[in-house]
Design a protein around this ligand. Structure first.
Ligand code: THG
Length: 261
């Protein structure tokens, strides 16, 4: 499982404050902690910390790059913000994200093609997020076709079936699992699948448990990557156990320790 840290996000008040105050040390500390806990990439999302989204994204990239070469996952709906972040990165970044809307595909796909970046694509179009697995799979197929036409092979695409909060959309997780297993069959090589896991448990009381249970199920359905908090021990123990159960990591009595080492 490819772990992308969710913590450098203006949604968290400490991060929001740090962005507004241009407090590099706070951001760098979170970045290093998340990598130590198992993150291979860091999602960078300026949230609502400032109106100057471009300035904030470039500052986040530069701050994090001072302390780590980890892959940076540039998270913003606006192309200009992603483009500025990409230029500040140089290489080793993921575009998060495009949708299947024509205007998005026409800008984000060429940027991914030119820079060689991987790209996350949300299975939503001008009509929003389909309520069914079939609708999401259809959009995923359109994205793969558009990406191939732009010169991007499916293995550089991370499809995101879009995670909604369980407390308002309890019918959705099952549909996501169906979507995950079906989109893996769309092409050869398969596209990859990523989710923003914590969306699931927003506003609930058992966040860690709900996230852990769903991560295990999504891994079984073929999930490749997740944006999550690797400092959540139950969640990471579940993920590592899933890797053992899927025969991706060798079993030993000390498998949790072995994975962390
Ligand atoms: N897909 C893609 N990118 C994404 C998401 C996605 N990026 C953003 C988001 N979703 C993933 N990141 C988070 C980060 C935090 C939370 C959820 C998703 C979160 N935070 C807590 C809350 O709101 O309850 C705590 C916030 C706080 O402490 O203030 O849940 O789906 N491609």
């Amino acid at each position: 499982m490819y772990i992308i840290s969710e913590r450098i996000n203006g949604m968290f008040s400490a991060v929001k404050k740090a962005i507004a105050a241009r407090d590099e040390a706070t951001i760098q500390k979170i970045a290093l902690r998340q990598i130590k806990a198992g993150a291979r990439a860091l999602d960078l999302n300026v949230g609502t910390a400032t109106d100057d989204q471009i300035g904030a994204m470039v500052w986040l990239v530069e701050s994090v790059r001072e302390v780590t070469d980890a892959t940076l996952c540039l998270d913003n709906p606006k192309f200009e913000v992603i483009k500025a972040g990409a230029e500040a990165c140089g290489d080793n970044f993921i575009i998060n994200s495009t949708t299947a809307k024509e205007a998005d595909l026409a800008t984000f796909l060429p940027l991914a093609a030119e820079t060689g970046a991987k790209i996350i694509a949300l299975t939503l179009d001008k009509n929003g997020v389909p309520n069914t697995a079939e609708g999401r799979v259809e959009i995923a197929a359109q994205i793969i076709i558009a990406a191939e036409a732009a010169g991007i092979t499916p293995d550089r695409i991370y499809l995101d079936p879009i995670t909604l909060p369980i407390n308002v959309a309890q019918d959705q997780p099952k549909k996501m699992l169906e979507t995950i297993s079906q989109v893996k069959l769309l092409s050869d090589p398969s596209p990859r699948v990523v989710i923003g896991l914590s969306n699931l448990s927003q506003g609930t009381k058992e966040k860690s448990l709900l996230n852990s249970a769903f991560l295990a199920m999504a891994m079984g359905a073929g999930l490749d990557a997740a944006i999550l908090d690797p400092e959540d021990k139950l969640l990471m123990d579940t993920m590592i156990s899933g890797e053992v159960l899927l025969n991706n990591t060798i079993y030993s009595n000390d498998y949790l320790k072995a994975w962390r080492a």
